[in-house]
Design a protein around this ligand. Structure first.
Ligand SMILES: [Fe+2]
Length: 289
């Protein structure tokens, strides 16, 4: 499907679906220039409809990235400030050139997850702008949790209704380990929060599975023997290929996605001697309901 949104004197926005359920490519806009209200409205409408926007051919310095992403909402303060850009701390970086204290390489974003779900109001969106990419590989995969929910058996939907998951910074069940928080960061990041396992999108009313293998420690009222197999079963269902859009990065891409209805993951499947470096901005979200 291709849509052309006329925005006054600006060139028409060209919005093209990237899969049946998730993702649209956006052309015909330079986010380094002032953006009209009409274009901002069209972009926000497309974001809610497609869940992932791939805005091509942008060349944005950090302050321009902030301005561009702010077209979609209010900037969220990310949790681990060790990744903040010194001159523009609301932007964090993702880099494959960082290492854990024990010397192992840190590949940010590996393993299915939704960002910062251990916050009482997790970010509604995350945006990445490619600064340096490997020649090939390093795709970001997205899985559509609304599509996954709608295809669950009714009995499973009924079982999930009312269940609350316990989200922490680092789940003891996760195989992916995160960089530790500094003491100052620990003070402002909640120890644990409860979120419903099914949430309703505030802008389109669609229900989504809301799970996060990296952050969920358990399910309130269920022992692990019951909770862990349920979480595993949901993850397997929800990340089936039919619910996925896989994004192959191009130089100049600015990608923004909806954390309320997607899981995502990075891939470390490329020559790690090649630098992969992106800017990351998140946007304030609501309390999941
Ligand atoms: Fe992420």
């Amino acid at each position: 499907m291709q849509l052309f949104e006329s925005c006054g004197k600006e060139a028409a926005l060209e919005i093209t679906s990237l899969s049946e359920h998730t993702g649209a490519e956006v052309r015909g806009i330079d986010l380094g220039q002032p953006v009209s209200e009409a274009a901002q409205t069209a972009l926000n409408r497309a974001f809610v409809e497609h869940s992932v926007l791939v805005i091509r051919d942008q060349r944005l310095a950090p302050p321009q990235v902030l301005a561009a992403v702010s077209l979609f909402g209010t900037v969220f303060q990310q949790h681990n400030t060790r990744f903040a850009l010194p001159d523009c701390p609301q932007i964090h970086y993702l880099s494959n050139q960082d290492h854990f204290p024990d010397g192992r390489r840190y590949i940010p974003g590996e393993g299915w997850h939704t960002d910062h779900s251990n916050d009482t109001r997790p970010p509604k969106a995350t945006a990445l702008h490619a600064v340096k990419l490997p020649d090939k590989g390093g795709d970001t995969q997205f899985a559509n949790m609304a599509a996954a929910y709608s295809t669950l058996p009714q009995a499973t939907q009924e079982r999930l209704a009312g269940l609350l998951a316990i989200h922490v910074y680092q789940s003891s069940h996760s195989t992916r380990k995160l960089m530790a928080l500094s003491d100052a960061n620990k003070e402002r990041v909640p120890n644990a929060v409860l979120h419903p396992m099914v949430r309703t999108h505030p802008d389109n009313g669609r229900k989504s599975i809301y799970i996060n293998p990296i952050r969920i420690e358990g399910i309130l009222g269920l022992d692990h023997k019951e909770a862990l197999p349920l979480l595993a079963e949901l993850l397997e269902h929800a990340t089936a290929e039919r619910f996925q859009y896989r994004h192959a990065w191009q130089p100049g891409d600015l990608v923004i996605w909806d954390n309320r209805c997607l899981l995502h993951k990075a891939n470390g499947d490329y020559d790690l001697d090649q630098t992969r470096y992106l800017y990351r901005v998140m946007l304030q979200g609501d309390v999941p309901r």
